[in-house]
Ligand binder design. Sequence first.
Ligand code: UD1
Ligand code: MG
Length: 456
Amino acid sequence: MKNVCIVLAAGVGKRMHSSLPKVMHPICGRPMVQYVIDAARGVSDKVIVVISEKIDKTVFSNVELVYQKVPLGTGDAVKQALTASCNIPDETPVLIVTGDNPLIKSSDLEELLAFYKDTKSGVALLTALSDNPIGFGRIVRCKTDFVKIVEEKDATEEEKKINEINTGIYVFAKKYLTDAINEITPNNLQKEYYLTDALTILKKKGVKVSVKKLKRKFPVYGVNNRKELSIATKIIQGEILDKLMLAGVTIINTDTICIDFDVKIENDVTILPGVLIQGKTTIGKDCVIGPNTRIVDSVIKNHVNVQYSVVRQANMGDNCKIGPFAYVRPDSKMSKNVKIGTFVEVKKSQFGENTKVPHLSYIGDTKVGKNVNIGAGTITCNYNGLQSKKKPTFIEEDVFIGSHNTLVAPVKIGKGAYTAAGSVITEEVPEDALAIGRAKQINKKEWAKRRKKSNG
Ligand code: UD1
Ligand code: MG
């Protein structure tokens, strides 16, 4: 076994003031701990994640999960991991990483592992020089020699001035870690079992404890509150956008764009200001997205234009045009060349090739064929106020729906049929027919003149 990594993720995260456990707070669409797990996977053949019972275990894959029932401290979390995974050979290096450090990369962990090996240490610790060390464990040295890590809450005023901090990343030889972990006591202000005490315990036993200063500088070395969450998010968002731009995506004004980690965008796409692309969305070549648009969990093919619109769980073929000001709700599917235009809401509906809903409409639970034009202001009445199950509308190919129609579902408009403007359609319209569902117009001659006269 090359090495094992333990990711500590069972803490409460009091400083987040949240009902969601800290490590599950999302950064660019995935829990922050997922970034730490990715970094660990890059260097370790076995990754153990210590979680609390409040954490949804279904989000994890390819890791061994261990529960810490009561958050008694980082030292206790490691103890739970070692107890559950008792078959790790004694000489194996055990890498430990806090789960609230989403900015860490495999290369940083690699650096510490190499240092541990090169220095033939029993323990290696990764530290960093920080402009803002408040809240972190400080590295107390005697001259240059490592003495101990002191937590902010337990530090003296002198110790608080130290700007070398503990990043929360360590490598221990398994046998030393097991020894030390059983000797840690909660003898501190927080009454917690501090993992950091393991280093002092081992040093006193004559084990070689080496300290490596991280080469890179991070803006935060652990996310403990929402301000740090925002700082880490900005960095990760920047990395995602950089990667997309270098792969051929034009992004106008990166400060206004949020794109999730799992989003895939092909080259020659232009993203205009004010765009959020979230979840597992994929976007094909030559699309123009934005301005001011939100797309969630959708599949969008090539040459699509979406502007000033919200699109959720939709599937769009080539050359579709969405918006401005459209709301495409879940389970909507558009074939090629479909237009969902200005102030149009669609829900759970399918649209065949070349079909257009250009203005002011609501289309729900509807199957629309190809080459259909739906006139401005058309509404599908899919809900009768009583049954929760919505009623379907079927509009076959080559149909022309006149402006301001009300299609009372369940109803079908046959292939090639027309409906007159202003119609309320309550019955099936046969193929190629014209349906007129409105009161016949009556013109009362000279009526207005007579009225004016009678009013004197
Ligand atoms: C810890 C270190 C501190 C270091 C900092 C780096 C200790 C005692 N202190 O402090 O020296 O500078 O990280 O970011 O280790 N966790 C558990 N179970 C628990 C408690 C915590 O799994 O009972 C997990 C948390 O989910 C978190 C990680 O351990 O991911 C660190 O805990 P946190 O409370 O954030 O420790 P810090 O105060 O930041
Ligand atoms: Mg922390």
